[in-house]
Design a protein around this ligand. Structure first.
Ligand code: FAD
Length: 377
C-alpha cells in the first residue's frame, strides 16, 4: 500500500519503521524545516523499550537507566519507593531516561533519506472509497491509500475527524530543564518525585552528567505567566528539602521551558475510513506517568500488527487497531489526568503499596507486554 504520514515525531517515525519493514511505500510530511533537535529528556519505560527493540531500535549507550523511583514529601520524608528494576527483569527491557533528540535520532537511523518531506504543513485531508488526499499550506497535494495523522497535540488530521475543541487545558503546567547540575542523584539510577502543597518536583538522571528537573504548578491559559519564572519557582519551592534548593540555585532562566498540560477523552473509535491517528493526535495527556511517547510507540506496534493481517478493506484493520489500543490507552489517559501534586498519600499508607506495583501496572498499560505474556502462557 501507499501510506501517507503527517508528522515526523516519535509516532510518525515509529509508524514509518513498522510499515517500511512490512514492504509498504511510505511518505512522511513534516511541517518543521528539519529534524527536531530541541526538547528535554523522556522516560522510556520497559514497554516502550520493548517496542523499540521490535522496531530494530536500540537505546544502548543513551541516557540513564532508571531502577528506582522514590516518592518524597516536600520535607524529604520517603512516602514510597518503586522498584523499577523489577519490571526490567520481568520484561527484559530496562526503563531509561533519554534526551528527546537522541530518541528521534535513533528512530530515524537507517531510514531512507527521502522519507521525510520537511517544510510541508498539512492543511486539510479528504478521502473516498479509493484513497486519501492531503492538501498542504503551499497548495500542493499528495494522494495515497491510507493516512496516519501523527501530528501531535495540535493535530490537523484530528481536527478533520473530530472538529475543534476536543483537547482541553488540564489544571497544571510544567516548568522544566535539562542541565548539567550535580546532585546526589545525577549520576545514579534513582529518580525522585517530590510532592507538597506548592506543587510537584521531579528530578531524574539523564546520562552524561545531565539532570532532568521539572516543577509542576497549577496553571490556566487565562492566567498570565510570571515575568521572572525562575524567581517565582525559587520563591515557591526554595524552602523544600535538599536537593530542591540546590537545583533551583544552579538552574538558569535559559534552561527553562514551559509546557501547559492538555488532555482529551480517548475515543473508542478515533479514525474514520482510511484515516487513523497515532500518539498525541489521538490521546493528548499530561506527562504525569511519563507514558506519552511510550503509548505512541505502542500505537505504532499495534497498527503494524493489524495491517499485517491483510484483507480487502484496510479500514477494517484501522478500526481493529483502535479497538485493540482502547483499553490500555484509556486507562493510562485517565490516570495521567491526575497530577502527582495531588498524590500526597501519607507515608504510612503509601508504604502499604508493594514496591513492585509498577511491574503490574506496566502490563496493564501495554499491548506489547500483554502480547508477550499471552505467548509465554
Ligand atoms: C513536559 C513533557 C514531558 C514529557 N515526558 C514524557 C516522558 O517522560 N515519557 C514519555 O513517554 N512521554 C513524555 N511526554 C509526552 C511525549 O512527548 C509525547 O507523548 C510524544 O512526543 C508524542 O509523539 P507524537 O509523535 O504523537 O507527537 P510529537 O512528538 O509532538 O510529533 C508531532 C509532529 O507532527 C508535526 N506536525 C504538527 N502539525 C503538523 C501539520 N499540520 N503538518 C505537518 N506536520 C505537523 C510536528 O512538527 C511534530 O514533528 C512528555 C511531554 C511533555 C510535554
Amino acid at each position: 500500500m501507499d501510506l501517507l504520514i503527517i508528522g515526523a515525531g516519535v509516532g510518525g517515525l515509529a509508524v514509518a519503521r513498522v510499515l517500511l519493514a512490512a514492504g509498504h511505500r511510505v511518505r512522511i510530511f513534516e511541517q518543521a524545516p528539519a529534524r527536531r533537535t530541541a526538547g528535554k529528556a523522556l522516560l522510556v519505560w520497559s514497554n516502550g523499550n520493548a517496542v523499540l527493540n521490535d522496531l530494530g531500535v536500540s537505546l544502548d549507550g543513551l541516557g540513564a537507566r532508571i531502577d528506582r523511583i522514590d516518592a518524597l514529601t516536600s520535607g524529604g520524608r520517603l512516602r514510597m519507593s518503586m522498584d523499577i528494576a523489577h519490571a526490567a527483569d520481568r520484561y527484559g527491557f530496562p526503563t531509561q531516561a533519554i534526551p528527546r533528540r537522541d530518541l528521534l535520532e535513533r528512530l530515524a537511523d537507517g531510514l531512507p533519506d527521502d522519507l521525510v518531506h520537511y517544510g510541508m504543513t498539512c492543511r486539510s485531508v479528504t478521502q473516498d472509497e479509493n484513497g486519501v488526499a492531503v492538501t498542504f499550506t503551499d497548495g500542493s497535494t499528495a494522494t495515497g491509500d491510507l493516512l496516519v495523522g501523527a501530528d501531535g497535540h495540535h493535530s490537523a488530521v484530528r481536527r478533520h475527524l473530530w472538529g475543534d475543541g476536543a483537547v482541553r487545558p488540564a489544571t497544571f503546567g510544567t516548568w522544566q530543564g535539562l542541565s548539567p547540575i550535580e546532585t546526589p542523584i545525577t549520576d545514579t539510577t534513582r529518580h525522585l518525585m517530590i510532592t507538597g502543597r506548592e506543587g510537584a518536583c521531579g528530578l531524574m538522571p539523564a546520562g552524561d552528567g545531565l539532570l532532568q528537573w521539572w516543577f509542576d504548578t497549577r496553571w490556566s491559559p487565562a492566567v498570565p505567566r510570571p515575568a521572572a519564572p525562575l524567581a517565582e519557582l525559587r520563591r515557591r519551592f526554595g524552602h523544600w528539602a535538599s536537593p530542591v534548593p540546590e537545583v533551583l540555585a544552579a538552574a538558569t532562566e535559559d534552561d527553562l521551558e514551559f509546557f501547559g498540560h492538555h488532555w482529551n477523552k480517548v475515543r473508542q473509535v478515533w479514525g474514520e475510513g482510511r484515516i487513523t491517528l497515532v500518539g498525541d493526535a489521538a490521546h493528548t495527556m499530561p506527562p504525569t506517568l511519563g507514558q506519552g511517547a511510550n503509548q505512541t510507540l505502542e500505537d505504532a506496534w499495534v497498527l503494524g500488527q493489524e495491517l499485517a493481517k491483510g484483507g480487502d478493506d484496510p479500514a477494517v484493520r484501522l478500526r481493529a487497531y483502535e479497538k485493540a489500543r482502547y483499553p490500555h490507552i484509556s486507562l493510562v489517559s485517565r490516570m495521567a489526568k491526575r497530577n502527582p501534586a495531588n498524590w500526597r498519600t501519607p507515608p504510612l499508607l503509601a508504604r502499604l503499596i508493594p514496591e513492585t506495583a509498577q511491574t503490574t501496572m506496566l502490563a496493564r498499560f501495554s499491548n506489547r507486554l500483554t502480547a508477550t505474556a499471552a505467548q509465554s502462557g
